[in-house]
Design a protein around this ligand. Sequence first.
Ligand code: FSO
Ligand code: SF4
Length: 564
Amino acid sequence: MVNEKIVNYKIMNMFCYQCQEAAKGLGCEVKGVCGKTPEVSALQDLLVYQVKGLSHFTTALRLVEIENEAANTFITDSLFMTITNANFDHERFVTRIREGFKLRTELKAVLAENKIELKHSDLTTWTALTAAEMEQKALSVGVLATGNEDVRSLRELIIYGLKGMAAYLEHAQNLGYYDNSVHAFIQKALVATTNDSLTADELTALTLETGKYGVSVMALLDKANTTTFGNPEISKVNLGVRNNPGILISGHDLKDMEELLKQTDGTGVDVYTHSEMLPANYYPAFKKYSHFVGNYGGAWWSQITDFETFNGVVLFTTNCIVPPKSTSTYSDRVYTTGSSGFPGFKHIEEGVNGQAKDFSALIAHAKQCASPIEIETGEIVGGFAHNQVLALADKVVAAVKSGAIRKFFVMAGCDGRMKGRSYYTEFAENLPKDTVILTAGCAKYRYNKLELGDIGGIPRVLDAGQCNDSYSLAVIALKLKEVFELNDINDLPIAYNIAWYEQKAVIVLLALLHLGVKNIHLGPTLPAFLSPNVANVLVNAFGIAPIGSVDEDMKLFFPEMINA
Ligand code: FSO
Ligand code: SF4
């Protein structure tokens, strides 16, 4: 039977449904709501197809214990580049795909040297030299090339989890922490998504295994961050500004943060964090710099206004980039590095021969800029990663036992532009005063500046850090389970009301499922890439549920309130 969607695909401009802002809750078909053009979307699809093909080579080589580091790096970087809002640069994708062909030739030679026969198919033999040829090729290899809706849904769920995993692995590797078993899994799973003989059950099992490796990679990144920069500590983060020119650093890469602080030290240029870089303010290794002033602005999507008033230079180390408006005046002040990119923004390349990246151009640029305009004042408190919370364990346990704390709410995840996300602000405001929010990721910007008070000195919003630090929340939950001598993590007085946006949230979700967490509420909408059948599996096996209205959800989480 001819698959209607595939026929349609040939006349559509693009199809992408990997993030929460997918058009009409179904998928972007003309242009990305994120601003991704059909051409870049095509090249991203093709790059994913290319890394699937390369993974056929690397998994074959692994059978004879050959690990190819160049391929490992290429595959993780490429997956990271295709995450929502990370890279919009058409040219970078074309160059990248050409590099992929070179790598494929090298891998072929290694296979031949080792007399390994590979069963070739289009995945391992296709070529496209020009951008136009690449875009043409992409038409037949995108998301909709998988005809069966459920198989497509599971394959994409796995691939999006792998994208998130690749991002976290890259951050750990930037700090010198490697785990080849994660590369091996990513590549094995990529190959599996090309195997038409796998059943839905087998793909479901692979989805859960993706969660298992999600836990491993988050543990690795946690180790990398805390060993290199110390354990985050409770910190007051300044929201105001000073009179010096500044650099605003965004994204998630702490290695870049460190280098920027080192290279700006003594230059008269101040450093501020934006969005997901806020938790850098909690690390001892960064707090020691007197020119590290604090955090400026809100979550990623507020950059359109925040970058205008900041006046200085902006550095993106990862997503989330919002394309500037035609009226924006800051574009020439923005730099990207690592996997991030945007046409017109300047890009800072990797350091050569193990040298640090060179930020001198953006520091010189910053010196020419005016100091930031103050948009708010005061402080916010954060730094409640696992080490700090466990140091307070006695106090926390006593508060739970005495009833001073009735329930914890894990409200980790992402923020986004959708109006419906005001739900999270209202939900936080409406929570009873004897509840505590555990958060991580940029979702916190919906409530981290509210006056929610504290319970016997324990703030009612405990921020563990970035989205990857959701791992900290799992460590805290597992510790509480041990202290309260429970057999099941779900018997703890912890409820999960998680907001998602892009693919790092997918790996965090799969990791939580792997840890046995049930009844997660996921919003503001369920992923477009979940087919009804796959959504049912998640609902039946794990109790995943969409959010309702704040009132409905309060009654759901506090049934006792109905009869009170
Ligand atoms: Fe947010 Fe963007 Fe951290 Fe994401 S800034 S949305 S899930 O990149 O990774 O939480
Ligand atoms: Fe649409 Fe999200 Fe894909 Fe962008 S990443 S094209 S907003 S689904």
